[in-house]
Design a protein around this ligand. Structure first.
Ligand code: KG4
Ligand code: ZN
Length: 342
């Protein structure tokens, strides 16, 4: 089965085609980062309008590159969670195309896409594995038993890890998205110049809280001259605190579940310090640490096409309604089953 995947939940317009027999046939992405950077964050209305402008040309390119519309057997699009206007653009286009081409259509969950993204790789981890999802909008630890069977072990009670990076970057006078810029600044920091707390590591449980960390940075810098070295020192100490917290909690999740593989997904997964620390933990504990390649870690349509394939090939599909859900708890997800549209 060949599935077209469409992703428009936030500030990336992405389209891909995944074939069950061959794998990924085409994968394109258009990032709106330049559009939003002037505002210091994503502006939802601008995001929707830009998806409208970019989606059809991108679709045409991907469909042509993958062997034409006649070869598409089904369509999957992200219907949540995300910006509702942005989701509606992808949802309307996907639903209409499915109607025109007379193929089944399925709305899928963005976070489930992230959790299963490692299955796009040549040597995917075996179920069950622990997934640490660290993006701009979400931070969660889940035990992935099978497609549609997820045990949420912990999640952020306030800011997501990426959000904490972005907000702290802003405090340090850096641009948007701040994560990569803060990480670059941290390279020039002096270890030990500042020490920030490792939130919620002193008690049991696998939930996260990052908003206090940002406040700790504000308080520490209040009495200081904000020269280049001080900013770099603060960036390094902040990054160490987040990375340390993620490593501690992921280690505890592995211990609690007995899983032998740890997958790290989401944009913060691109952080080099986090990678090095997680790989060191893997080596020490005989644990397989899997990082999907960067383009599958951040938002993309390949994971949506793959997830759509896993569910559509099992007979699941939606009716003709166009859907978009700003919020969609992962607890509502279930293994694939034939739906009303099948
Ligand atoms: O998964 P993603 O591309 O988008 C979603 O939020 O869904 O994640 C983006 C987030 C941003 O907050 C960005 O600052 C952060 O990932 N990020 C990083 C790095 N690269 C991206 N954070 C820390 N270090 C990095 N190298
Ligand atoms: Zn995402």
């Amino acid at each position: 089965m060949r599935v077209l995947g469409v992703e428009t939940s936030c500030d990336e317009t992405a389209v891909a085609v995944y074939d069950g027999a061959v794998g990924l046939l085409a994968n394109e992405i258009y990032s709106q980062v330049d559009l939003h950077s002037a505002y210091g964050g994503v502006v939802p209305e601008l995001a929707s309008r830009d998806h409208l402008r970019k989606l059809l040309p991108l679709l045409r390119k991907v469909v042509e590159a993958s062997g034409g519309a006649g070869a598409i057997d089904g369509i999957a699009c992200t219907t949540g969670p995300g910006l509702v206007g942005a989701l509606l653009v992808g949802s309307s286009v996907a639903r209409s195309l499915a109607y025109a081409w007379d193929v089944p259509c399925l709305g899928v969950h963005h976070m489930e896409g992230h959790l299963l993204a490692p299955l796009l790789e040549q040597e995917p981890p075996e179920f069950p594995f622990v997934a640490l999802l660290v993006s701009g909008g979400h931070t969660l630890l889940a035990l992935v038993h099978a497609v549609g069977s997820y045990e949420i072990l912990g999640s952020s009670l306030d800011d997501a890890a990426g959000e904490a990076f972005d907000k702290t970057a802003k405090l340090l006078g850096l641009g948007y998205p701040g994560g990569p810029q803060l990480a670059a600044l941290a390279e020039r920091g002096r270890p030990g110049a500042f020490v920030f707390p490792r939130p919620m590591t002193d008690r049991p449980g696998l939930d996260f809280s990052f908003s206090g960390l940002k406040t700790a940075v504000v308080v520490a810098l209040r009495a200081r001259v904000m020269d280049e070295q001080t900013r770099a020192d603060a960036a390094l100490a902040f990054q160490e605190a987040v990375v340390d917290t993620l490593v501690i909690k992921a280690g505890r999740a592995i211990e609690a579940t007995g899983a032998r593989a740890l997958v790290i997904a989401g944009g913060v997964g691109a952080n080099r310090r986090l990678r090095a620390r997680m790989l060191a933990m893997g080596e020490r504990d005989g644990l397989r640490v899997v990082y999907p390649r960067a383009e599958f870690c951040t938002d993309n349509a390949a994971m949506i096409a793959l997830l759509g394939h896993l569910r559509l090939a099992a007979g699941q599909s939606d009716d003709l309604a166009i859907r978009a859900r700003a919020r969609w708890p992962m607890a509502e997800l279930a293994p694939p089953s034939p739906g009303p549209g099948s």
